[in-house]
Design a protein around this ligand. Sequence first.
Ligand code: BES
Ligand code: MN
Ligand code: ZN
Length: 491
Amino acid sequence: MKIQPSDTPLLQWAGDTLAIGLFEDAVELTDELAKLDEQFGGVLKELIAEEEFTAKAYSTIFTRVRSASPIRKVILVGLGKLEALKLETLRRAAAAVARVAKKQKSISLGLSFPLWNNQSDATAQALTEGVQLALHQDLRFKSEPEEKETKLQTLDLLGLSGQEAAITLANHIVSGVILTRELVAAPANEVTPITLAETAQGMATEHGIDVKILEREECEKLGMGAFLGVAQASDLPPKFIHLTYKPEGTARRKLAIIGKGLTFDSGGLNIKGAGSGIETMKMDMGGAGAILGAAKAIAQIKPDVEVHFISAATENMISGHAMHPGDILKASNGKTIEVNNTDAEGRLTLADALVYADKLGVDAVVDLATLTGACIIALGDDIAGLYTPDDALASELEQAAETAGEKLWRMPMEEKYFEGLKSGIADMKNTGPRAGGSITAALFLKQFIKDTPWAHLDVAGPVWTDKENGYNSPGATGYGVRTLVNWVLAA
Ligand code: BES
Ligand code: MN
Ligand code: ZN
């Protein structure tokens, strides 16, 4: 699909489907739209006057029109109340329009939307993201797709002339989100640690960035006993992935982002029981998916920030050589861990990834992990838990997430709860009591970072959705990519 800014006046615009964003309470056509509506015989005015359409956020109404203008279809979309307008409102409204346009087999769509905060660039970016993300559909595993591909060929952003750069930026970001969605949605027999490593290598070749894959032997040499303890039951080789994007000139800032990369989580010998959602545990590499998607976007955007993308990729399996509950592992910082539950494997893999990242001499480390069911209980499916001892980093991430429309909420790092991880025999256990399970997981991770400012995002909920939700469709959402990219760009 070709997306272009357009300064063609509405009355001369020559596409087949026009979508108009309107505010609730004072649903009014601009003078230009009113003139166009006269050509349509006043059908839009009528819809509004008869309150068929009240512009509640994301509500849509579709009507066919006939006039001298080539426009044949009109979609009105609600933006809610003017004073509550956010970038995310535009993104979701654009997504709602895209879904209608697809259903109505539109070929050329024009969006006539008000600006957010008088900012043409942010508006163009949000509209592009909303449409592209809503239209992405994953038909890779259907032999005969019953769902039809969209017929949409062009998208005109009306009144947003000159915003080519914002559209390009949005397209780079969307390409990253789609890569993430496809990695996360693919089953564990398709996306393995090997696939993740190959994806990183392919990206390095394509975009000219550095890649290093540490094989098992190298991880052994580095003393990554926690990561390798998890990996030991799998028939597949573990892959420690390290991609590096370096700007051409000097970097303003150096950052590392880590993603939990469990391509399947059976629970290990503490196997996941009925109702645990074991069949969706292919998404336990949602963090790794997000950092690879972010890498793809950043390699194209080329900011003057150095970024390291890291994932200790493996799967948590069962076999005669699986780790036993009660085994003691030694992480690469020398700390010993009594594995009282093999299903708390993510934190074991992250422990060694954090120690590795901490040694890079970066200004901040952020990890994303589908770490705990407890975080979903606390915050629900849509909101990630943000854990960090660092207030400045917390507000950077909160700002980045707000702009992205990805929800996160800062959680407390209650040091006292670390008592729950005390072990009689080793330095710590890997799990504490059920209560506060997402907090103790974060406190566990903190043991593996020395002085680098660090934040942990527990993304167990938002990487996956069962329902259609804005620009997300059932399945993988690609959560995290847009927040990470915003964070890097704002650094
Ligand atoms: N990958 C899971 C967490 C998870 C659960 C992600 C549901 C997405 C949806 C993680 O490895 C895990 O099993 N965590 C355990 C920890 C427990 C053993 C302390 C959990 O949350 O039950
Ligand atoms: Mn687990
Ligand atoms: Zn897991």
